[in-house]
Design a protein around this ligand. Sequence first.
Ligand code: AMP
Length: 386
Amino acid sequence: MKIITDINLKNKRVIIREDLNVPLDEEGRITSDARIRAILPTIEKILNEGAAIILLSHLGRPTEGLIQKKFSLAPVAERLGLLLKKPVRFERNYLDGVEIQPGEIVLCENVRFNIGEKTDDRELARKLAALGDVFVMDAFATAHRAEASTHAISKYMREACVGPLVESELQALSAALEKPNRPLLAIVGGSKVSTKLRVLENLLLKVDQLILGGGIANTFLAAAGFPMGKSLYETDFIETAKALMDKASKEGRVLPLPVDVVVAKAFSNEAHATVKKVDEVAADDMILDIGPLTAKRYAKIIAKAGTIVWNGPVGVFEFEAFAGGTKVMAEAIAKSSAYSVAGGGDTVAAIEKFGVESQINYISTAGGAFLEYLEGKPLPALEVLK
Ligand code: AMP
């Protein structure tokens, strides 16, 4: 794949697909402009090359063909202009072309208002491609979706490449999974085996150790014959869990299971938390976190890792009484000298909650695309650029 420095951008109209899907409150005010700030270096770099910039992005999940103010990118154009200290022209009607000169910046209205965006429609892609001379795919969070503005557009451009944000995301992920310092440790938590089965299967092929937590660990504990009480686990995936454990042991991968857990009688912030050994879970208990002994053992593995990939909390970290395990994980990763990559909505929330952002090497905010990368799936918006 080409990167922007491979292309002469002088006097070119450069279309950049970004992820400006910012959170808005009920009055339409931006509650976090992190995604806008993240693209400022990309814009400065491309402007400095003497190009004109046409920005494309989605916001939320509007119904195609229906223009709804709550999904408009207008507030983003205003904020972007303030942050850049440069005018950013907002274009609502752009499919028949935009007037633009080198040095100017245009942000087009939500691409998902256009009929055919989701279905990767060729005609729509052709119109988007006709807006400029070069296409830069810089929205990693949407790279797992083949849509008109992320995928088909590239087929109609003479020149296309990945942008700096995609480049750094790919560098971080490939450093962790393709050429890791060993031992390579993955920590996979969260609620269900079913939603992360492919992640677990793919990671087991690559890692030296795989630490499990959350509802996922519960299903594995059930597969190992421990009592589950009223805990969240998936009976349909017990056989799968057994097969994964067998495979791990045959191939010499370490897959430790919790030895103690934090249980409660109700799924609530106020519920009384009790630490129990895994074989002492009662019929009316719910496992809501890994226990302190398990957390200590996991922290020791983390301390010895060369590379760490983390997705998913190991307990119900949203409730104080059951946040302990995830906190120990986060702090152990922060302290370790391993190269660490973490991603996924809840994982990023946990990292922020425990204040360890600056001590993790790379934090991916690309939820779905990050997981699909961990699954080993090709990302269509990047494949098309190859
Ligand atoms: P996921 O979206 O699959 O990554 O799951 C994240 C969610 O799993 C978080 O909201 C956690 O509260 C939840 N979770 C973690 N551990 C458990 C558990 N033992 N029982 C129920 N939910 C859990």
